[in-house]
Design a protein around this ligand. Structure first.
Ligand SMILES: [Zn+2]
Length: 232
């Protein structure tokens, strides 16, 4: 007989399958990212349905079937109601789940990513910064922590002047290196300060920061570049 496994997990993705089944992508506390099949879960009579909405944090139980892990129990821990009622917040949750799906390869337990996810979902009240907070700490865990205090190319201590972010070099670079190698994106001082606070996980300061459109755009561009470079 199959012994059931139990864990907590975030429902990151649902895909409809034949016969009212659904395949769930879950980031779980004990097994990392896993796929679990919910048998006949789209039927109204399914008692599992209520615990498996997108972006729920749920207590789940499953057995290891021949092809799939099969869901046997699901109970909601947190519905993140406020996040759910706001399109912008929901959009951030979608981006987070895409990043986890794209950048995590195998099934592997990871306490740091789990803690980061818990933290970020709880903090989804601060709309502007939360995605960047997630993203930069997530890729730091994956081994791509950006260098923000010394030039990532020539190692000189950075001064508060015009600086550039080079995904290729792995962080900020000085003007000299930018001119020499012609790699990098100009980044303004304010965006750098925000990035440093994010990496320091200084939420006490971050939650009071008003981020302007220019900073937001800056962070958006370098995170997009980082995603492309890590995926390749
Ligand atoms: Zn340099």
């Amino acid at each position: 007989m199959f012994l059931p496994y139990q864990t907590e997990g975030f429902v990151l993705k649902k895909e409809d399958q034949a016969e009212a089944d659904q395949l769930f992508t879950i980031f779980s506390k004990d097994f990392g990212k896993i796929k679990i099949l919910g048998k006949a879960i789209r039927k109204i009579t399914s008692k599992l349905r209520a615990g498996m909405e997108l972006f729920y944090l749920s207590q789940i139980e499953f057995i290891q079937g021949k092809t799939y892990k099969i869901l046997t129990e699901a109970m909601v821990i947190d519905k993140f109601k406020e996040m759910r009622e706001n399109l912008e917040r929901l959009n951030i949750a979608f981006k987070i789940s895409e990043d986890l799906d794209n950048l995590l390869k195998g099934e592997e337990q990871d306490e740091k990513i789990w803690q980061l996810l818990l933290e970020v979902f709880e903090k989804l009240n601060n709309l502007q910064l939360i995605y960047h907070y997630f993203f930069w700490n997530f890729i730091s865990i994956l081994g791509y922590k950006p260098e923000l205090y010394f030039c990532a190319s020539c190692q000189k201590k950075l001064k508060p002047e015009k600086l550039y972010f080079s995904v290729k070099e792995g962080g900020l670079i000085c003007k000299n290196c930018f001119n020499k190698f012609d790699t990098g994106i100009e980044i303004n001082i304010n965006a750098i300060k925000i990035l440093r606070l994010i990496i320091k996980k200084d939420w006490k300061i971050l939650e009071h920061i008003k981020i302007n459109d220019e900073d937001e755009k800056c962070l958006e561009i370098i995170s997009q570049n980082a995603i492309l470079s890590i995926r390749n």
